[in-house]
Design a protein around this ligand. Structure first.
Ligand code: RNT
Ligand code: ZN
Length: 423
């Protein structure tokens, strides 16, 4: 087990603090801002997007978790234990993003169109106890009425009605979380609807989706309790040719109906990035939800790591003071590595990238840009990359009483031996 030399850590931090001060950056202020930015952890990394309604696991929806790493959560208690352990690896206070397929039904299961807040009371209690906010999602896959690949946009009225009821039920559960926790819940609707191959009528299913969404959002809910979000996508497995809920579709819907737009980093063309979309859509959309993910060639939902794009996303949020308008959620699922490590790596990278953005002398860079001095802008940006943000990060982790550097892995390994390997 790696030992942390505390005096070395303190000295490294002091040196870093002084160096950043030379650029006019206040490291204490940066940490003070960072600690207030919550990240919503996607619960579905804990069990490979399986849910606990049946043993069937993830079916349909055009998404896929590959791998067979031992020890995945097999019930709500195990998922909560894994999350509690993971939260101990993360500096700051964060949130949990829950899918509807993780309800608790005792021995009286109900279908998804009939789920109620009481099926999620256990989660609300757990969230209170652990001091985490909650976000929520309808589950419009892994269900016989989603087998056609269509839900809210289906030509089959019965199917549409079922999923409308499910989404309405989910908004009520979202409002219940918001009320119970005194902290608004974002309920994000993502549906997989789309065509694999050449499509004749791209209009009618989209019109049907608008109609379904309007029905779902008919009842107004206090935004202090629940915020509605809608998530677009370019293509999925089996919906390569036409996804009904495309970016343009939902952007128009979000602007005209005043709902939160969700941008998933893996839902666009591989060379297209969401960082550049943030300030574009925020000209007309009030609030954004991000699904920070990492696409590799296709919509693959790899664990978030410290890529240029991750840094760009954080820079956009911090440089533009968007922390109140952009809600940061994660969306990845890797079943081939330790699942707690996946959460920890992804979330710590997200937080670290925010810290790096907070350590940037943005005003200075902006002045250079306005003055047209692009030479100095580029030169400075490159110099900043090798400033000792790692020393500030280590100090921040220590200050927040979470493992410093790679020592978190020792703790997760211990948990693997003590808990995961016994499952
Ligand atoms: C799918 C969407 C969606 C899901 C989760 C499980 O492409 O990204 O957000 O990943 O609902
Ligand atoms: Zn997503």
């Amino acid at each position: 087990m790696r030992k942390i030399d505390e005096s070395r850590l303190a000295t490294a931090y002091e040196q870093a603090r002084d160096l950043y001060a030379e650029y006019g950056v206040d490291t204490e202020k940066a940490m003070g801002t960072l600690v207030k930015i919550p990240i919503s952890l996607n619960c579905w990394q804990g069990d490979d997007v399986g849910g606990f309604e049946s043993d069937a696991g993830l079916t349909g929806g055009g998404i896929l978790a590959t791998g067979n790493y031992p020890g995945k959560a097999g019930n709500v208690d195990q998922l909560r234990a894994d999350l509690e352990m993971t939260f101990r690896m993360l500096p700051g206070k964060h949130r949990l993003n829950l899918h509807a397929m993780y309800g608790e039904y005792d021995s009286f299961p109900v279908d998804r169109s009939a789920i109620e807040p009481r099926h999620f009371a256990g989660w609300a209690d757990w969230a209170k106890l652990n001091g985490v906010g909650m976000d929520f999602n309808p589950t419009a896959f892994s269900h016989e009425l989603a087998e056609s690949g269509f839900t809210l946009a289906s030509y089959d009225k019965e199917i549409r009605e079922f999923w409308i009821d499910h989404c309405i039920a989910c908004r009520k559960i979202g409002a219940f979380f918001g009320q119970e926790l005194n902290n608004p819940c974002i309920t994000n609707i993502w549906v997989p609807d789309g065509f694999k191959d050449l499509t004749i009528d791209r209009h009618t299913p989209r019109a049907q989706l608008v109609e379904s969404l309007d029905r779902i959002f008919e009842e107004k809910i206090d935004p202090q309790h629940n915020l509605d979000a809608i998530e677009c996508k370019l293509f999925g497995i089996g919906s390569e040719s036409c996804v009904i809920g495309s970016h343009e579709f939902y952007l128009g819907y979000a602007v005209s109906r005043d709902v939160v737009l969700c941008l998933d980093a893996g839902h666009f063309h591989p060379t297209e990035v969401i960082s550049d979309k943030i300030s574009s859509v925020l000209q007309d959309v009030d609030e954004l939800l991000l699904h920070v993910s990492r696409g590799v060639r296709w919509d693959s939902d790899h664990v978030v790591v410290l890529t240029d794009e991750l840094q760009a996303i954080s820079q956009e949020i911090i440089r533009n003071n968007y922390t109140e308008r952009v809600h940061i959620g994660l969306d990845f699922f890797d079943a081939s590595i330790n699942r707690l490590a996946a959460w920890t790596i992804g979330t710590r990278c997200m937080i670290k990238s925010l810290l790096m953005a907070l350590l940037e002398p943005t005003a200075l860079l902006r002045d250079l840009e306005i003055a047209g001095d692009y030479t100095a802008r580029l030169a400075l940006l490159e110099e900043l990359k090798t400033l000792p943000h790692g020393a500030v990060w280590d100090y921040y982790c220590q200050r927040e009483s979470v493992p410093v550097g790679s020592t978190w892995l020792d703790e997760i390994r211990q948990y693997e031996t003590d808990v995961l390997s016994q499952r």
